[in-house]
Design a binder for this molecule. Structure first.
Ligand SMILES: Nc1ncnc2c1ncn2[C@@H]1O[C@H](COP(=O)(O)OP(=O)(O)OP(=O)(O)O)[C@@H](O)[C@H]1O
Length: 786
């Protein structure tokens, strides 16, 4: 590693304690300049250390104070700075230190910069940054002054050709000729970063229409976007004439935003970046003149805009500081994107071929000493940045090739095995998916069937509802028109006719309908006992019931049968009935309900009652306790019931072997208990009970079960609510909540309730016909008690 060129020791300078600045792990060294030619041995430049830090101490602003008790001392090694503070000296070791009083710009350039620039000429990449507080001489070093050109112009001259400098011209014309002779061609962009925006200073110049690229002071700048790490489409100055390019750069540089501050009369408020490419060799030189890193108070900025401006300037400086610290610390994340400046400088830090020359500008003014120290601390940190050295690429040998081939082959085998496993997994997953799809399809089919059934069921229920409504209307019209007598008489006439056709029946049986209807009581005239009539009635009604079995309930399907009888038998509309309309007693709603209930009760119960007419042709006439049992044929009872005649029942003794006295009580409710009629059961009366008025069915059950026990009959049962359209069984658990008064009344003439019991086999209801489909039954109709 070549040593950093040591400056000539100044006998006037004093030397103090050794450096306390942390030593970098690898430090860049300047190549030893070859005498005479001014070039350096670039091959000796180490590549591991990307940042080189040079201190540049400007002239003292006050010439009177020069050499008067200086706070900054430069040791003779020329690589460190000693700063005297209140608590002692602080040493900062850098890669080089230059004092402008001793070394003008030319010397400084030749000593520390020239070698880098010449490296760019042959393809290297270098970034030269001016860092320091405001007024410390950054711009002066970068651009120079009228007396001496700065780094920018000298670099252009060095790249495009060696030459001498003419007075008033940044670079001599000779440089242009040299560059032309060498065939080197450069491309230059000049950017300004102000308020975190990138402006193209050359674009303003060219858009001004100068033709020759001369900048116009008031031309508007063009803002550039940033893509990745580069400004998008900047304007370039291209050429091989250093003089022309330098002049144009000098002009556009004057367009930088400056402001007078306490620290600097013409303080740069923006960062300026000059990007010089040498396309033929891929070299790149980035020259960055940063705005002052002063704080707002020190700059004496007042007003919101000025403070914001200073804050934005500091944003770039602070971001750059963080980038340097992150890299030096070896952090995994470097905050390049914290500012536009660091975004554009990203390649400078990361590109292996790129080097950074950081020139720390400082003032010897004791009043600026804290800024000087801060700047030097920053430079010392930057010096610690180490880029990992790239391991030398071993030359492949035949042995290593064989090993590589073996290694790759094993890796390929592993990968193939992994691929096979993945393919197997894929096949399994595909199979699983197919099965799931199949199952889903089946479920969808089932769902479609269920939906179809539900739809069909709904349609059926709707039809039945319509039918019910229609029947109710017909019945209402029928009764309101006073035709009930006709209807009932019609039916009874039909019954009589049918009975008359029955050879087994006694023809002499007569019914005085007029008396029955007009008196309101069944008046039986020498009706011969005819069990065949009762049998017929019992046989006929189940037939009706069977016809209605397709309907929802017995009521709904019995009624049309009656109406059909009326419609089909027009001949039977006897005048006799018509003539007696005037004699009819007005039918109240209660009577109508009672009659309807009587009809169903007869169909379900009374017919059996007639059938069980003890084969003697006698039947107890209800309602008259003292009356002797009157012989009454089933036909007569049926007709009486159909005609709305009150049936008086006091005792069921004719129906029951023995009158039930058990359970009777004063002031209670009379309950007539019978079995439901079914194919298996004839629907016989069981008993008559008297229970308290507020008795529930559960209480009635207790009484009945006691009664059954007395009879040695353990038949289980459920109550039927005959008022319910379905004659629905009452669930046992509901019996406690249901009053006996909910049971149907025998009739409006008989003060008693009718308890119809449905026998249970093994505690299970016998199947009842439901209007719903089997599917609906499966779904659990609430009508089915399990
Ligand atoms: N080495 C020097 N010799 C003579 N004059 C100098 C030197 N350095 C700086 N100056 C003068 O000091 C003034 C401020 O310098 P300059 O503008 O370069 O500072 P700066 O660091 O760029 O400040 P800012 O950050 O505010 O732009 C200028 O007038 C400049 O000519």
């Amino acid at each position: 590693m070549a040593p950093t060129p040591k400056p000539t020791p100044n006998p006037n300078q004093t030397y103090h304690t050794p450096s306390r600045t942390p030593n970098p792990r690898q430090r860049l060294q300047f190549p030893t300049p070859k005498a005479g030619c001014g070039t350096h041995n670039l091959s000796s430049v180490p590549t591991e250390h990307p940042v080189e830090v040079i201190g540049r101490i400007r002239d003292h602003p006050d010439s009177k104070e020069r050499n008067h008790n200086p706070l900054i001392e430069i040791p003779p090694d020329g690589q460190s700075i000693k700063v005297r503070t209140d608590i002692g000296y602080r040493d900062f070791t850098l890669d080089g230190v230059s004092v402008s009083e001793n070394e003008n710009l030319e010397v400084f350039y030749n000593k520390f910069v020239k070698s880098r620039v010449e490296g760019v000429r042959v393809g290297s990449k270098c970034t030269i940054m001016m860092y320091g507080p405001t007024g410390s001489g950054k711009s002066h070093t970068m651009f120079g002054c009228a007396r001496e050109p700065g780094i920018v112009y000298r670099a252009l001259k060095d790249i495009l050709g060696d030459g001498t400098h003419e007075q008033g011209d940044p670079v001599g014309e000779e440089a242009d000729e040299t560059g032309f002779k060498l065939g080197i061609f450069v491309r230059v962009a000049v950017l300004e970063i102000y308020n975190e925006e990138i402006y193209d200073l050359l674009s303003a110049n060219l858009n001004a229409g100068a033709g020759n690229g001369i900048a116009k002071g008031n031309s508007q700048k063009t803002r550039l976007e940033i893509i990745g790490k580069k400004a998008k489409n900047p304007t370039y100055l291209s050429g091989n004439e250093a003089g022309k390019i330098s002049r144009e750069v000098a002009k556009v540089e004057k367009r930088r935003i400056v402001r007078s501050t306490l620290c600097n009369e013409r303080s740069s408020r923006s960062h300026c970046m000059i990007i010089l490419d040498v396309p033929s060799v891929g070299g790149r030189l980035m020259l960055v003149d940063m705005a002052g890193s002063e704080n707002i108070e020190a700059a004496g900025q007042t007003g919101f805009e000025a403070k914001m401006q200073t804050a934005k300037i500091n944003q770039g400086n602070i971001a750059l500081k963080r980038v340097v610290e992150s890299i030096a610390n070896g952090d995994s994340h470097v905050p390049f994107r914290d500012s536009k400046l660091t975004m554009l400088l990203q390649d400078s830090f990361l590109d292996d071929k790129s080097k950074i020359l950081m020139i720390l500008c400082a003032s010897p003014d004791p009043r600026e000493m804290h800024k000087t120290i801060s700047t030097l601390e920053y430079g010392a940190k930057a010096k610690c940045i180490v880029r990992a050295a790239h391991p030398a690429t071993p030359k492949p040998t035949s042995q290593s090739n064989a090993e590589s081939v073996t290694l790759l082959a094993s890796q390929i085998a592993l990968m193939n095995q992994h691929i096979c496993e993945l393919q197997r997994d894929k096949q399994a997953l595909l199979k699983e998916r197919d099965q799931a799809l199949k199952s889903l399809s089946l479920n969808e089919d089932e769902l479609a069937v269920v939906r179809f059934e539900v739809k069909r069921m709904e349609e059926k229920v709707l039809r039945q509802d319509n039918e019910i409504e229609s029947l109710k209307n017909r019945l209402r019209e029928f009764e309101c028109g006073g035709r009930e007598v006709v209807s009932f008489g019609h039916v009874t006439s039909r019954l009589a006719e049918m009975v008359g056709d029955d050879q087994n029946m006694v023809k002499s049986m007569e019914l005085d309908y007029s008396d029955q209807v007009s008196s309101g009581f069944v008046d039986v005239k020498e009706v011969k006992e005819d069990t065949s009539v009762a049998s017929w009635a019992c046989n006929l009604l189940p037939t009706i019931e069977e016809e209605a079995s397709e309907a929802r309930n017995l009521h709904l399907h019995l009624l049309p049968t009656i109406f059909e009888a009326e419609e089909s038998e027009e001949v039977e509309k006897e005048v006799v009935q018509e003539e007696r309309r005037d004699e009819m007693v007005p039918v109240t709603e209660a009577d109508r309900q009672t009659r309807i209930e009587n009809i169903f009760r007869l169909c379900g119960n009374y017919r059996e009652l007639a059938k069980k007419d003890d084969n003697k042709g006698h039947i107890q006439k209800y309602g008259d306790e003292n009356a002797e049992p009157s012989p009454l044929s089933a036909k007569s009872q049926l007709v009486a019931a159909l005609a709305g005649s009150p049936i008086k029942v006091k005792s069921v003794s004719p129906l029951c072997p023995k009158e039930a006295k058990w359970g009777e009580m004063e002031g209670g409710l009379d309950v007539y208990v019978k079995w439901e009629v079914s194919k298996e059961s004839s629907g016989s009366m069981i008993t008559k009970l008297t229970v308290p008025k507020d008795s529930t069915l559960s209480r009635l059950r207790l009484v009945l079960e006691a009664h059954f026990n007395e009879k040695n009959n353990n038949q289980d049962f459920v109550f039927l609510l005959l008022k319910d359209p379905m004659g629905a069984p009452v669930a046992k658990e509901m019996e406690a909540e249901m009053q006996v008064t909910n049971l149907p009344k025998c009739s409006n003439k008989i003060d008693g309730y009718l308890a119809s019991l449905r026998p249970l086999k093994n505690g299970v209801h016998r199947p009842i016909h439901l209007p719903l489909s089997p599917l609906e039954n499966k779904l659990g109709s609430p009508l089915v008690s399990t």
